[in-house]
Structure formats: C-alpha cells, structure tokens
Design a binder for this molecule. Structure first.
Ligand code: CDP
Length: 220
C-alpha cells in the first residue's frame, strides 16, 4: 500500500493484537511495532540493574540512559535492550507481571510514548498496545480495539506456553490475565480503554485469518 498510514491496535492481553498486527504488516508492507515489548524491556531493565520501582531517582537515571531498539523482521521483531537481544527473555512470566507494574509509572510512560512517536512519525506503521489510539497517536488514520472473552484469551496464551515447553496451568494464566486487565484498565495514567473513534473487533470466535482480513478490508 502506498499510503503511509498510522494504524493503531489496542486491547487487553491475548486479544489477538500482535498476531493480527504482524500478519497485517506483511500484507501492507508496513513496519510492526509491539509497544508492549518496550514496557517489558523497561521492566527487565529494572531487574537487571536492581532498581526498585519506587526509587524515582534511580528510575529516572535508568530511563535517561536506556536504549530500546526494535529490529523489524518479517518472521518476528527482535528487541534489544541496551544492545542486548532480550526477545525471548521479555516473554517470561516474571517480566509479564513486571511490565504491567512498571506501566503505571508516569515517567516510564512519558519516555516510551516519546520513543513510539518517533518510530511512527513517518507513518507506514502498525502499532499495538494499550494507549496507541488514545494517547500515542490520537490522530491515527485507523484505530482498532480488539477484545475477546477471558477464557478464549487464557486458552490462546496457554497454547503458546505449551509450544514453548513452559509448565503453567490454564487457571494460572487466566488469573494472571484478570490481574493484568484490572491493573491496566484502572491505572491513573493512560488506562486501557477504547478510543471513541476506534472500530471494535471481538476476536472470540474469529480465526486469525478472519481477524486479519476484517482489518485489511476496513483499510482497503
Ligand atoms: O502481549 P500481551 O498482550 O500479553 O502484553 P503486552 O502487549 O506485551 O504488554 C505488556 C504490558 O505492558 C501490559 O499488560 C501493559 O501493562 C503494558 N503496556 C502498556 O501499558 N501500554 C502499551 N502501549 C503497551 C503495553
């Protein structure tokens, strides 16, 4: 597609955002940016540097120096934190929880939003997250809000963890999703919510192909 649109996809965890965004990016020849990975990388950074989330001075110093780089590849982006490849590490359960905890902090969000706006300033980008249509790109050309019932989302995540050989129960995953949904929707700064002009997409009963095609058709 020649037009360099900004496409925002928001929604709760495991609602199908990243799978859809990745495939859509290939179809449209756009860059895909997973902003959740940036919060995950920031969380990991505090762990590696032994920084407590309530130590404002240390957090500020960390954010002043942090480098988060996304290398775009068709078969999956690679995420570098301070030039170290953390693509796999940031998907582990401890970082999942930490990412949602660090995402409530104003100075962290300010830094991430700055980086995200810079990456997306020339368009031709699909960005997924929680606040892309509401805060990062309120004037995005297209906004989608993906949802799915919690059982479906838990099952999807569980299947992913099984593929990776992790041993976590379906119940544990569901609990984690419910905790994260609550934390993400009730935080004071940039809570997860549907932008007024976003198109809702309920993926509970949709296949991946249907999700991708639905959004593709809207854009076409
Ligand atoms: O992939 P999954 O849906 O599990 O989560 P993610 O997109 O990797 O996001 C991890 C966490 O980062 C979320 O639970 C949010 O707390 C936070 N996040 C955010 O606050 N704002 C964004 N734009 C993206 C993620």
């Amino acid at each position: 597609m020649n037009n360099k649109f900004v496409i925002a996809i928001d929604g709760p965890a495991a609602s199908g955002k990243s799978t859809t965004a990745k495939q859509l990016a290939i179809k449209l020849k756009y860059i895909y940016i997973d902003t959740g990975a940036m919060y995950r990388a920031s969380g990991l950074c505090t762990l590696l540097q032994n920084i407590s989330l309530d130590d404002e001075a240390a957090l500020k110093e960390m954010l002043d120096k942090i480098s988060i780089r996304i290398e775009y590849e068709e078969d999956g982006n690679k995420i570098f934190l301070n030039e170290e490849d953390v693509t796999e590490r940031i998907r582990e359960a401890d970082i999942t929880k930490l990412s949602s905890q660090i995402a409530v902090i104003g100075m962290v969000r300010k830094k991430m939003v700055e980086l995200q706006r810079k990456i997306g300033e020339n368009g031709g980008v699909i960005m997924d997250g929680r606040d892309i249509g509401t805060v990062v790109f309120p004037n995005a050309d297209f906004k989608f809000f993906m949802i799915a019932d919690v059982k479906t989302r838990a099952l999807r995540r569980w299947e992913e963890t099984k593929e990776k050989g992790e041993s976590i129960t379906l119940e544990e995953i569901e609990e984690e999703l419910i905790w994260r949904d609550k934390n993400d929707t009730t935080r004071e700064i940039s809570p997860l919510r549907q932008a007024d002009d976003a198109i809702p997409v309920d993926t509970s009963k949709m296949s991946i192909n249907e999700q991708v095609q639905f959004i593709y058709n809207k854009i076409k």
